[in-house]
Write a new protein. Structure first.
Length: 169
């Protein structure tokens, strides 16, 4: 499976490649090879443009959730009942709706880095910010209220492995 890239990753790599090409262009210009220097500057500009305005094209990637902090990907199939999964989706009854487009935004819990991330399903990448079928919003540290909400959901759905993990928090 290919690596999952978020917008900040694309920006980081775009700027990095821009600096590499611009530095190489400067060094080549000292040797007075103008055509190569110009070509390298064009690549530097393209790297910057791609980093800033490029969109994720992960249509061949499986649909799933990725924690933006620890970058661990999990396919959606059996996500909550898989005992090796570090992501727990519990917000079916706790969501907010974005007024601008009516998008439902749900929370999920990353058991590895102990964060809560808000996400919305966007399988067609209509927003241009979708990663493996989901758009990610705010990631924050887990609170007692988040643990209680996840515990209530796990108890209701009899996810004993999650109950055991959450009690250790």
């Amino acid at each position: 499976m290919s690596k999952v890239y978020f917008k900040k990753d694309r920006l980081k790599y775009g700027f990095l490649w821009m600096l590499i090409f611009a530095g190489a262009s400067f060094l080549v210009s000292l040797l007075e090879i103008n055509w190569l220097s110009t070509t390298l500057m064009i690549f530097a500009a393209l790297s910057l443009i791609t980093g800033m305005f490029g969109k994720n094209d992960d249509t061949k990637s499986p649909i799933g959730l990725t924690c933006p902090k620890c970058k661990i990907f999990h396919p959606l199939l059996n996500l909550n009942i898989d005992t090796s999964s570090t992501i727990y989706v519990y917000g079916e009854h706790i969501f907010r709706t974005r007024k601008s487009d009516g998008l439902n935004i749900y929370p999920f819990l990353c058991l590895k880095c102990k964060t809560i991330t808000e996400y919305a399903s966007d399988p067609q990448n209509e927003s241009g910010h979708s990663v493996c079928g989901h758009e990610y919003f705010d990631t924050k540290k887990i609170t007692k209220k988040d643990i209680d909400n996840a515990l209530n959901f796990a108890k209701t759905n009899q996810h004993q492995h999650i109950i055991n993990k959450l009690k250790k928090f």
